[in-house]
Design a protein around this ligand. Structure first.
Ligand SMILES: [Zn+2]
Length: 301
């Protein structure tokens, strides 16, 4: 099996190259942050399963063409949940009913479940039942946070973790996809954390407010106390959902810094933001959170 449209990720590609479509198993979990290429990988994987050739997808047979056009009867993408909401229980129940039907044309039915980590507990339990039942279906789950999923669900999946791209890979990809000036491309490649989707969002102005705030905050950490305080002030303008994005993205960026430099202060702030992230569920005031974050950063200087 091949993943012809996914950039980089050579180790994952090597692992898959050795597998025929029947060797993929009945559940695959593609794990990685937003913008890393999970949907691209899932589309290739699904096409490969429906194509059925050992080194597929071939890209030219009717099954491949219909998978690409979104019109293959044996390929079902679960509808993405609305912003801030989870996958609905009815959707999982409907998927369960569909998984009992025989495939129309291909050897398998393929179900792609985006944001599987946003399934609530009843939905995860319903999904678990589906995964436990023998069926001629392959489930491709996409997630950003594996830890949010039940261990029992995870253990039934073959997990593939996607890797960020190198600066060189990113620059080459951006040059062929965007006509923005060279300096903007370089900036996007340098600041997207290896995530092509994120770099493209930055170039098109579609970057989420929480992610932009995280970049500004992490940048401010290398400046003086006033810069950090101002970056925290800006956080009070975010919505609750944006603040959750801000925590997630800041933690991701801080992890990269800690891995590179071993900076103790970044590690402390990372742990503090993780705590704030888990407190968000209790609906605290965002002004209080932003203020507390500024004070904490001030103490760690
Ligand atoms: Zn094909």
């Amino acid at each position: 099996m091949k993943l012809p449209h996914l950039l980089g990720n050579e180790r994952l590609k090597e692992a898959l190259a050795a597998l025929p479509p029947s060797g993929v198993g009945s559940a695959v979990l593609l794990d990685g942050p937003a913008g890393i290429g999970k949907r691209t990988a899932a589309a290739d994987l699904a096409a490969g399963l429906l194509c059925g050739k050992a080194d597929g997808p071939c890209g030219v047979c009717p099954a491949c063409k219909r998978a690409k056009a979104g019109s293959h009867p044996d390929l079902i993408w679960l509808k993405e949940p609305e912003a801030g909401k989870g996958v609905k229980l009815e959707q999982v129940r409907e998927l369960r009913a569909q998984s009992f039907l025989r495939p129309s044309e291909a050897p398998f039915k393929v179900f792609v479940i985006p944001q599987a980590d946003r399934l609530n507990l009843p939905s995860q339990n319903a999904l678990l039942k589906v995964l436990e039942e023998p069926a001629t279906s392959v489930f491709v789950l996409l997630c950003e946070n594996r830890e949010a999923m039940l261990q029992t669900v995870r253990s039934r999946c073959k997990t593939f973790r996607l890797a960020p791209l190198s600066q060189q890979e990113l620059l080459a990809a951006l040059q062929s996809r965007s006509d923005a000036p060279a300096e903007e491309l370089r900036q996007a490649a340098a600041n997207c954390g290896g995530l092509l989707g994120r770099a493209l969002d930055m170039l098109s102005g579609r970057e989420k407010a929480g992610q932009a705030a995280a970049r500004a905050f992490c940048h401010a950490l290398s400046g003086d106390e006033l810069a950090v305080w101002l970056a925290c002030q800006d956080l009070t303008k975010l919505t609750r959902e944006d603040y959750a994005d801000f925590c997630d993205e800041s933690c991701r960026l801080l992890t990269l810094t800690v891995q590179k430099t071993g900076d103790r202060r970044c590690l402390d702030i990372f742990e503090y933001l993780e705590k704030q992230r888990s407190m968000l569920i209790q609906n605290p005031s965002l002004t209080a959170l932003a203020g507390a974050l500024a004070a904490f950063c001030g103490k760690t200087v």
